[in-house]
Design a binder for this molecule. Structure first.
Ligand SMILES: [Zn+2]
Length: 280
């Protein structure tokens, strides 16, 4: 323990200098919803669940959810929370067939899954590519979560990281994912649970004509794979999502909240949902 502590301190001092470390205690006391620049930046040494090595976590903004990066793999807290939950829920995941929808291919979790899982595949929804075909430039398959083209029971593990707050027909999406899971397979995902104990609410709906009706002020998240480079947020999810998934698919889910600042996991809206299809 003493040696480990010494190594942590030495690593951090060597990379960033003692003076900057003084700021981290102040930053660490900030509530997780706080936003705004941190000067000096927040710095903390620890073991990253994705790198699985000693690293430094760094944030220049108090909104840790998107800004507390591992300086080695560039992951953010919800990705590290996801990996912690994945390792505990599906210990042999690296040998399994894994599909990720809308991966963040330049950093963190998606990079690790693609590297370590020989049976990893991924897809994006490209508006101008037929479903089931590959994008000519990226080589990534085009898939729509509302009507996946994969055969039934294709995957042991289905991964979505902050995707399901952007779908219109959530019931069809969860049924579609359940269909392509093998018996005993698992869908693990993150969505911002902004409604927490309040009921989930649709922010927008798509009429049969294709027209979109907004029930709340439109909010967008960045999405480089779409022509507009952004996606409309369609759901404010709450913890009742597990009941909805059960009603729609018969699959039981649990919500896991990880808080482990020594592993760079501390931020608002980092709940991980684990939905495991029963074995037949
Ligand atoms: Zn890392």
């Amino acid at each position: 323990m003493a040696l480990s502590s010494f190594l942590l301190r030495s690593l951090t001092r060597a990379r960033y200098g003692l003076a900057r470390l003084e700021g981290r205690r102040r930053a660490n006391a900030l509530p997780s919803k706080h936003r705004g620049p941190l000067n000096p930046p927040f710095l903390r040494a620890g073991v990253c669940d994705i790198c699985e090595e000693l690293v430094v976590f760094r944030a220049e903004d108090a909104w840790f959810r998107d800004r507390l990066h591992c300086t080695n793999c560039r992951s953010i807290p919800r990705e590290r929370a996801f990996m912690r939950v994945l390792k505990q829920s599906v210990p042999g995941f690296a040998k399994l067939s894994v599909h990720e929808s809308s991966p963040q291919r330049r950093r963190g979790l998606s990079v690790r899954l693609a590297r370590d899982c020989p049976k990893y595949t991924c897809s994006h929804l490209y508006p101008d590519i037929p479903l089931g075909q590959r994008h000519p430039k990226t080589g990534i398959r085009c898939e729509d979560l509302e009507c996946l083209t994969f055969p039934d029971e294709s995957f042991h593990l289905f991964v979505t990281l902050d995707v399901l707050e952007h779908v219109f027909d959530a019931e069809t999406v969860f049924k579609s994912i359940a269909r392509v899971l093998k018996p005993g397979g698992t869908h693990i995902f993150t969505v911002p649970m902004v409604n927490k104990f309040k009921p989930s609410r649709a922010r927008a709906e798509r009429l049969p004509s294709g027209e979109i009706v907004h029930h709340m002020e439109p909010t967008y998240h960045g999405n480089p794979s779409t022509p507009a480079k952004r996606s409309l947020m369609t759901w404010n999810w709450g913890y009742d999502i597990t009941g909805r998934i059960a009603d729609w698919t018969g699959i039981r889910s649990v919500i896991v909240q990880v808080d482990d600042i020594d592993a760079g996991i501390r931020a608002a809206l980092t709940e991980v949902v684990v939905s495991q299809k029963t074995s037949v």
